[in-house]
Write a protein that binds this ligand. Structure first.
Ligand code: GLN
Ligand code: ZN
Length: 774
């Protein structure tokens, strides 16, 4: 085959939500019935057109196929499932006579309808993006529906662009799928590879006919070692899939991208197939080394796409070093292109939109548009020689040097404190001693509590918006929040809960709230990134040494405590979660940054204690999600993440009861870490899995307080008292009642008051019934 050359510069994907979240607004307007499907399609087409034009302005697009078509109205994994016709049985009613699903149907699969649960959602590798999990059974039919990909390609072509369609590759697609309900034990979606690949072959044929020259198949599944499938099977699957795809005689050239880490042993497997281009993540992964002669020979005949611009963070980075890596890659193949390490999906659009950020900080940053420009610069250097971009390389180096020396980046006081830490700072009194000291709390058996937040009403949100606009004074805002806290305390007392919370009305978000109060953080205005579907988050930027200029939560908590004789839990977000949901400085190990955050929290805990707060919860819902994809990196991560929690809580007196909360029930690799947190009480999600986690905990030797959630707060459904009682009976059978707590799965902020009150009432009723049997 005489392949057209791969573009010298490209990106793996671009944010699709829009600079002002236009896609979110359009999709939500469609859901609300305010616009019809045609209007939504028109707005999506406008966004795609704007993206193409923007990429050209930024310097991409001098070659055909350099502009990826990475748009999705909801999620790229769902799109892939629909492209291959893998629709779960309960949604087949949405298919037309050819098996295609329209836009409305796509959203129904994503969001569920009536009793038909949506596809499960889970995290996309080690990012904060969440994808929908396809359900594949032994009989799931695979049929090609290339209409969407073809239409987007044709749309671009009509506008004068030859784009490169992007789709999740077949191996990753199956690795990310789960076995459909009713599949026989032992069935794995990957068992269906031989049935799936022919659909991809047919897809490539259709794309080829339409004039596509290059297609991008995303295979991050090859990079992860956290996927539950034997590695040998994955390596074998690569050969099977790409030999077949490569052998097809009517197809575009194939570019396989492997973001989020090094390919390692998957590289020889992929190199042995006929694919024309391989993308390497050279930010997370190393340059391939010690290649066997056959692999070296195969690679020399392919295009190697150097992912040297970090798609996963917002720093301007070391451009000269990036160029060095491209040049180093040239020793493997004469044909090297430059790209981002991952799709730019994970970063906001444009730092130029941040008018309120400090100009000096801005000069250290690169959002998606700046990263595209960096790719264009490196491409120029690749084509015309390093000296032609020396000025840009020097400018980036100067920005780095400026950043290293800027005030606030390294603060002596913070560093001295860290340097002086000793082992004892990470260790509390023995658990038994703590239990004895905490008896003064006088809690009943099976104490009832909640995870922290109560419903965030429209009134609360409006008050915050008015405060921001200056329509409300600080004092008036505080007054409103106090009224809300008083309401929440009264409600909990009336319901009969044992450990109360203030309800977190003052928090827009559990990380941003703290980021706004800590030194070392900056908050953006437009820095939204897609979390899932139409949901976006606006991560804060952790750029400097972290310290706490003043107490952050003490006033709210003490006000709440002043209203009741029951203990009120102080409520903090843990260091790992603060890091996981921010853009974090890349100039020092994450563990060092985590310790700085931990020290700030440690001071907050001391202040809460001094103010009479006797129970303090430090939430770590992100502990599992930052776990590195490569097994070799996991022990070090688990060390520093556990350490930072222990540093935050290590100063608490034995009589202070420390709680933590985690939002998931699949512990696997982190179960030891959770035990090592040494929290007095750990609340976890368990209602959806019907307490299965209780068995895992019982067998893992977990012997501190534990609160498996009995109320699934992800759904508006109110669990009956009988249902909750059954869950509690199951828990009591496995866990000594003296260590068991009763609580919902997570915070209540997304729920309405009616459901909340009814559900908590049933929880109390069920708890009383179970207590009577003890
Ligand atoms: N305390 C937080 C809340 O209740 C915990 C949120 C979370 O676990 N994600 O909202
Ligand atoms: Zn939670």
């Amino acid at each position: 085959m005489n392949a057209p050359a791969f573009p010298t510069g490209t990106i793996l994907g671009y944010p699709r939500i829009g600079r002002r979240r236009e896609l979110k607004h359009a999709v939500e307007a469609f859901w609300a019935g305010r616009i019809d499907a045609a209007e939504l399609e028109a707005r999506a087409a406008e966004l795609r057109a704007a993206t193409r034009e923007r990429l050209v302005v930024l310097g991409l697009g001098r070659d055909d196929s350099s502009i990826p078509e990475s748009f999705s109205s909801y999620d790229q994994v769902l799109d892939a499932a629909l492209t291959v016709g893998a629709v779960p049985e309960r949604f087949r009613r949405l298919q037309d006579e050819h098996g295609a699903v329209d836009l409305a149907g796509t959203f129904t699969i994503a969001r569920g309808e009536g009793d038909d649960a949506p596809l499960e959602m889970t995290k996309w590798f080690d990012t904060n993006y969440h994808y929908l999990v396809p359900e594949i059974g032994p009989d799931t039919p695979f049929t090609l529906h290339a209409e969407r990909l073809l239409a987007e390609f044709a749309e671009a072509k009509a506008a004068g662009y030859l784009t490169r369609p992007v789709i999740v590759g077949p191996v990753t697609f199956l690795l990310l799928s789960k076995a459909a309900d009713g599949a026989p034990a032992g069935f794995r979606p990957l068992d269906r590879l031989d049935d799936l690949v022919p659909v991809y072959v047919a897809l490539l044929a259709e794309l080829c006919t339409a004039g596509v020259e290059w297609v991008q198949l995303d295979e991050p599944g090859l990079v992860s070692e956290s996927i539950d499938e034997p590695r040998e099977r994955i390596l074998e699957a690569i050969g099977v899939a790409y030999d077949l795809l490569g052998a097809a005689d009517h197809r575009p050239s194939v570019f396989v991208a492997s973001p989020y880490g090094g390919l390692d042993d998957a590289l020889p497997a992929l190199a042995a197939t006929p694919v024309e281009a391989i993308g390497l993540d050279l930010v997370r992964g190393d340059l391939p080394q010690h290649l066997d002669p056959a692999t070296a020979e195969s690679l020399a005949a392919k295009t190697l796409v150097a992912g040297v611009i970090d798609g996963h963070n917002i720093w301007r980075g070391d451009l000269a070093h990036a160029f060095d890596r491209i040049e180093a890659l040239r020793s493997l193949s004469g044909d090297v292109s430059v790209s981002t390490s991952t799709s730019l999906l994970h970063v906001p659009h444009d730092v130029a939109d941040e008018r309120e950020l400090d100009g000096r900080l801005v000069s250290w940053l690169a959002f998606a548009d700046q990263k595209v420009a960096q790719v264009a610069t490196l491409e120029r250097g690749l084509v015309a020689g390093r000296e032609t971009i020396q000025h840009e390389l020097d400018a980036a180096s100067a920005a780095l040097a400026d950043r290293a020396g800027a005030p606030g980046v390294r603060v002596a006081g913070v560093r001295d404190r860290l340097a002086a830490l000793a082992d004892r700072d990470f260790t509390r009194a023995a658990y038994d001693e703590r239990v004895a000291a905490q008896a003064t709390l006088e809690l009943p058996e099976l104490p009832t509590t909640t995870i922290g937040s109560f419903p965030q009403t429209g009134e609360i949100r409006r008050a915050r918006a008015r405060l921001l606009k200056g329509e409300l004074t600080d004092a008036a805002y505080r007054e409103l929040m106090h009224e809300e806290i008083a309401r929440v305390i009264r409600l909990q007392e009336d319901l009969g809960l044992d450990v109360l919370v203030h309800g977190e009305p003052e928090r827009n978000d559990m990380v941003q709230y703290f980021a706004e109060l800590l030194d070392g953080f900056a908050v953006t205005q437009h820095g939204w990134v897609q979390s899932y579907g139409s949901r976006c988050t606006r991560p804060s930027i952790l750029w400097g040494d972290v310290s706490r200029p003043a107490p952050m939560t003490v006033d709210w908590s003490t006000y709440a405590q002043s209203l009741t004789d029951k203990p009120v839990k102080g409520m903090l977000t843990g260091p790992v979660t603060i890091l996981a949901w921010s853009f974090v400085r890349d100039d020092q190990p994450l563990g060092d940054t985590a310790r700085q955050v931990a020290l700030a929290l440690r001071d907050e805990i001391a202040d809460l204690e001094a103010a009479g707060i006797r129970i303090i919860q430090v939430d770590e819902p992100a502990l599992r999600e930052l776990l590195p994809l490569k097994r070799a990196d996991q022990p070090a991560y688990l060390d520093w993440s556990v350490d930072s929690f222990r540093l935050a809580t290590g100063g608490a007196a034995p009589a202070t009861q420390v709680h933590t909360h985690l939002c998931y029930s699949e512990f696997g690799a982190v179960i030891d870490a959770i035990r090592n947190l040494d929290a007095d009480v750990t609340s976890i999600e368990a209602a959806r899995s019907r307490m299965e986690v209780v068995d895992d905990l019982a067998t893992s030797g977990f012997d501190h307080g534990i609160g498996p959630g009995v109320y699934d707060i992800h759904s508006p459904r109110v669990p009956s008292a009988a249902e909750v009682q059954a869950l509690l009976e199951r828990a009591v059978a496995e866990i000594p009642a003296s260590r068991l707590w009763v609580n919902p799965d997570c915070g209540l902020k997304t729920r309405g008051y009616d459901e909340t009150v009814a559900s908590l009432g049933n929880i109390i009723e069920a708890t009383r019934a179970v207590r009577a049997t003890l």
